[in-house]
Design a protein around this ligand. Structure first.
Ligand SMILES: [Zn+2]
Length: 751
């Protein structure tokens, strides 16, 4: 799903006083090791033969399989949907199953649903709109729950079942043994909701021309995941945290009005029954068109179709293997275009289905963005294994295997803003990208939103920057600063269940995405990161990974200890704040009380030319030598050493440093992070240094470094490119009153 990012735009600048705090955490007494680099043994499940310590599936790894054969009928007049569903459940686990749990997602819209009950209500005045007042106060609740007509086993006898809100337990007469299969059948129907007026990830949109477009998902009772991590994943569906589903094979027949155009998960089995000869011909052309989309149904044809209404029906037959779900879109209003994408020598179809209301935006961008997404994601993960990816125009953003629903509607006169276009490119990239996470790398969305949304938003960011290098992704480290530096009582760690967190979007989308971006660009580097990320993706293709499998794979494939990063970024709400606390300048002199003018002269000399002996190390703070400049204890030794040098060796001293800076870095923020330092010299040259996060391993509040140079240093700036999500940049530059360095820095913060 795609969350609108409006929540970020309101606060760009943060009051610096908020963060001008001294380190508050103190080292705990006793024996608890609170070091930020301690390993995650206390947080991750012990590895075993199903999930190994390397992060890969173990030799005893199993997962269940569920196959569906369905006959579905959509009644356009009543907007009701009817299903005959035959399920084959394969128990590949080593456990005896006493019952099976089934998800009845539509029950979230049942008349007695508890979803509205747990929502806080207030009587807002003035009302947003007459429509919302009517809906909330005058209308009866819409009844969109499942009507279960029967649940039978394959010999036709009724099965006992119990429904608890959005979950149904099938009570088995005898436990299902390991390796056995269980066949049963559910007959059901429900009233389809209008997803525009009533909300939802599925439903229809009604247009003034009297036609509907249907984007239908979560429309059939689906098996819950059973595994060795959660047992049955039967946490209720409240409408937010998404789904956990098993892989299986689907054979689905969908009966709709004869003049509808349809796309669905899987390969169409009977094109000759449902497509015209002309449409089949155009599809063949599209299969050879790698540059531009080819129309299967043009706007002219779609507009002609929406003026009529067939009373006949047609049945579309789709089959899909190794998918975790099934969704479809159908309407007589749809335009249809397609092009081919070359994925490592194999052709995959990029397809779009949209009403004329989406144009001209949709015919210009949708299918091209689908193609770009498949190419980019394949580079970073694995070759896209399915035959197609479809983008359907609906005013939402939601994903299913091979098909997704996306927003982006121009004004009535066809004009649109850059912002709308960007939003549309973003949502299509995002939803098509979900084919990889979680449709193929099949994590548990109900429990860990970040595993699909975060990983997907991260790869989305790289894909968007590839489609348009100036694209404002909103997923970069600097974009998460307002959230991470905000009110801590409204923030939860990423490792939280999605139904229970405030600020869901930043928590489960932006923060993990920005963290992975930081890991790739700043901490690991693209080479190590990409190999490890691809390793994780390929290990868990068509399987069910957990967070530990991800964390472990990233370390196992890169030889980087990242426990400090996972622990800080994923398990806490700590933020980054690193600053320059103090800079002390030292130089060599035999006259500690000399004037600034004399000292300046001395800096022009080479060390080898010093007339006298090195007697004092003096310290200059902001150009002033303190009265108590100390004598260095080992200067006698240094002089003896220098005197022993040969003339050649002495000549080399010409290059020896004569400016010495001792910089104290402070870390008021709770996170440990690398120190990225930009050093500017008196001649205008700039140097970058990067110190690994481990620089904080012995003292997480303060650390010192000495810089030795031939040229005077005029400024130090920490994190000049805003790579680490530092929440308070007012302490990032030295000297603080250096107008040039600091204003340059501020400009970057704004950008
Ligand atoms: Zn999403």
């Amino acid at each position: 799903m795609r969350i609108l990012k409006y929540c970020f735009l309101s606060v760009i600048f943060i009051s610096t006083s908020l963060f001008a705090q001294e380190p508050t955490s103190t080292k705990p007494q006793g024996h608890t090791d609170q070091n930020k680099f301690r390993q995650m043994k206390d947080l991750l499940a012990t590895p075993n033969e199903t999930r190994t310590a390397s992060g890969a599936p173990g030799y005893k790894y199993t997962q269940q399989q569920v196959d569906y054969v369905m006959d579905i009928r959509l009644d356009e007049n009543t907007s009701q949907i009817f299903g005959d569903e035959k399920i084959t459940y394969h128990n590949n686990s080593k456990d005896h199953l006493q019952y099976l749990w089934i998800q009845l997602d539509q029950n979230m819209r049942a008349k007695d649903s508890k979803t509205p009950d747990v929502k806080e209500e207030s009587f807002k005045t003035p009302f947003n709109s007459a429509q919302s007042f009517t809906k909330n106060n005058l209308q009866e609740r819409f009844d969109g729950g499942f009507n279960i007509e029967h649940v039978k086993n394959d010999n036709g006898s009724d099965l006992s079942y119990t429904i608890n809100q959005t979950m149904m337990r099938i009570n088995l007469a005898k436990p299902l043994a390991p390796g056995d299969t269980f066949k049963f059948e559910i007959k059901w129907w429900y009233n389809v909701n209008n997803h525009v007026t009533q909300g939802g990830r599925s439903g229809y949109e009604a247009f003034p021309d009297g036609n509907n477009t249907y984007v239908i998902a979560q429309f059939f009772p689906r098996l819950c995941v059973y595994n060795n991590v959660e047992g049955w994943q039967n946490m209720q569906f409240w409408g937010r945290s998404e789904f956990a589903l098993e892989f299986g094979n689907y054979d689905v027949k969908l009966t709709v009005p004869a003049d509808h155009k349809m796309e669905a998960t899987g390969e169409l089995q009977n094109p000759k029954d449902v497509l015209t000869k002309e449409q089949i011909k155009r599809f063949e052309l599209a299969k050879k068109s790698f540059k531009d989309p080819v129309f299967i149904v043009t706007q002219e044809e779609a507009e002609a179709a929406e003026k009529q209404r067939s009373t006949k029906l047609k049945t579309w037959h789709f089959k899909a293997d190794k998918v975790r779900d099934f969704a479809f879109a159908t309407s007589r209003k749809f335009l249809w275009d397609a092009m081919a994408v070359d994925i490592n020598g194999r052709s995959v179809m990029a397809i779009s289905l949209y009403s004329k209301e989406g144009n001209p935006l949709w015919e210009e961008h949708s299918t091209r963005v689908v193609a770009n997404t498949l190419e980019e994601y394949s580079k970073l993960t694995f070759d896209y294994p399915y035959s197609k990816a479809v983008s359907v125009h609906a005013e939402m953003g939601m994903e299913y295997p091979m098909i997704c629903f996306n927003y982006g509607r121009p004004n009535e006169d066809g004009t649109y803003s850059e912002r709308l276009k960007r939003g549309m490119i973003g949502v299509i990239t995002h939803e098509v990208g979900h084919n990889f996470f979680p449709m193929i790398v099949n994590s548990d969305e109900r429990q860990w939103t970040w595993m699909d949304e975060g990983l997907n938003s991260f790869v989305e960011t790289l894909a968007e920057l590839d489609y348009d290098p100036n694209y404002i992704t909103g997923n970069l480290p600097k974009d998460i600063v307002p959230y991470m530096g905000g009110d801590q009582s409204n923030i939860s760690p990423i490792m939280s269940q999605g139904d229970y967190v405030h600020q869901f979007g930043p928590n489960a989308y932006t923060k993990p995405a920005a963290g992975l971006y930081m890991l790739r660009q700043t901490i690991m580097g693209p080479e190590l990161f990409d190999y490890a990320f691809r390793t994780y993706s390929q290990r868990w293709m068509f399987k069910h990974p957990t967070p530990a499998d991800f964390f472990r794979s990233m370390e196992d494939a890169s030889a980087m200890d990242l426990d400090w990063f996972w622990r800080g970024w994923f398990y806490t709400t700590d933020y980054t704040d690193i600053g320059v606390k103090d800079v002390k300048q030292y130089y060599l002199t035999d006259k500690p009380t000399e004037s600034a003018k004399e000292r300046a002269k001395r800096f022009k000399m080479d060390l080898a030319d010093y007339p006298g002996r090195f007697i004092y190390y003096a310290e200059a703070v902001n150009g002033v030598i303190p009265q108590d400049a100390k004598s260095a204890s080992d200067f006698a030794e240094l002089n003896t050493y220098l005197e022993s040098l040969s003339p050649e060796e002495k000549a080399k001293l010409k290059e020896a440093p004569k400016h010495f800076y001792e910089v104290t870095f402070e870390k008021p923020g709770g996170l440990v992070m690398p120190i990225i330092l930009e050093i500017t010299y008196e001649d205008g040259t700039i140097e970058r240094k990067k110190y690994p996060a481990e620089i904080w391993r012995y003292n997480e509040f303060e650390v010192k470094k000495v810089f030795k140079t031939n040229k005077a240093i005029t400024s130090f700036v920490i994190d000049p490119d805003l790579e680490t999500a530092d929440v308070d940049t007012s302490n990032n530059a030295w000297p603080k009153d250096d107008a040039t360095a600091f204003s340059k820095f501020k400009e970057k913060v704004k950008g």
